[in-house]
Design a protein around this ligand. Structure first.
Ligand SMILES: [Zn+2]
Length: 254
């Protein structure tokens, strides 16, 4: 009798062990989240066990440009007549007080590296879409900070965006192929030609063998005039048979 009951218990355990184990794991995770509050980095609402760092509502509300599928988009137009980019795009619109500005602030000044990685992963999925004009990339290169700025901040925010892109797109990123020799660009009231002269020599290609015959995806946080990216890309293009596309987290708009 005792043996039969034991077997029945074992059978019931066997039948239900998988769902029970999963349910217990889920409950434990939810309990641990209650004990150690885990909130969205952006809106501060509690995250569910399925969410990480940033809640689904915030992700859904990101103001995407769709520029990766538009050949003559405003970011690409920045470079017309300047440098022969393959394609240039920005993931999100940024303006005063919008979610993109909040996220970039967290990434740049609050050491929230996960925001950069998350944005990189999200954009990586967009860039893998069939209609994306950014494809056949060999290497991802973040625009570097000058050594003084990097020491001051402790990190380069673009590295994390590059890391997220790299994870999803399944290709390497390398923050060391380019170095920034000068810190700032002064270009007030300059003509386009003067400005081009002015941005020359800010960056230098440190490891030409790593970019030889490659299609580089150059990534930055926000594109404003495009002068910084243009300067960095021109340094990359001093390498042998280098092609460059550009992807930034954001551009001004909407
Ligand atoms: Zn949120």
């Amino acid at each position: 009798m005792l043996l039969r009951n034991s077997n029945k218990v074992l059978n019931i355990w066997y039948i239900y062990r998988m769902p029970l184990r999963d349910t217990i794991t889920t409950h434990l995770r939810d309990l641990s989240l209650m004990a150690f509050p885990n909130n969205c980095l952006v809106c501060k609402q509690s995250l569910t066990s399925a969410e990480q760092d940033i809640c689904f509502a915030c992700i859904d509300s990101l103001p995407q440009t769709g520029y990766h599928t538009v050949a003559d988009n405003p970011v690409a137009q920045h470079f017309w007549g300047r440098l022969p980019f393959i394609h240039a795009a920005a993931y999100l619109y940024v303006h005063d007080g919008n979610i993109t500005q909040d996220m970039i602030h967290l990434l740049k000044y609050k050491r929230k590296h996960h925001v950069g990685i998350k944005l990189g992963r999200l954009y990586g999925h967009r860039l893998l879409e069939a209609q994306s004009l950014i494809h056949d990339i060999d290497l991802i290169v973040p625009v570097p900070l000058h050594i003084n700025r990097r020491r001051q901040r402790g990190y380069n925010q673009c590295d994390y965006f590059a890391q997220g892109l790299s994870e999803v797109m399944g290709m390497p990123y390398d923050p060391d192929v380019i170095v920034r020799i000068r810190e700032n660009i002064s270009q007030t009231k300059r003509t386009r030609y003067d400005r081009w002269e002015n941005v020359e020599g800010i960056f230098a290609l440190a490891q030409p063998e790593k970019v030889k015959s490659k299609h580089i995806l150059l990534v930055d946080d926000v594109i404003t005039t495009g002068a910084t990216i243009e300067s960095c890309a021109s340094a990359l293009m001093t390498g042998d048979d280098v092609r460059v596309s550009v992807a930034t987290i954001a551009t001004a708009g909407r």
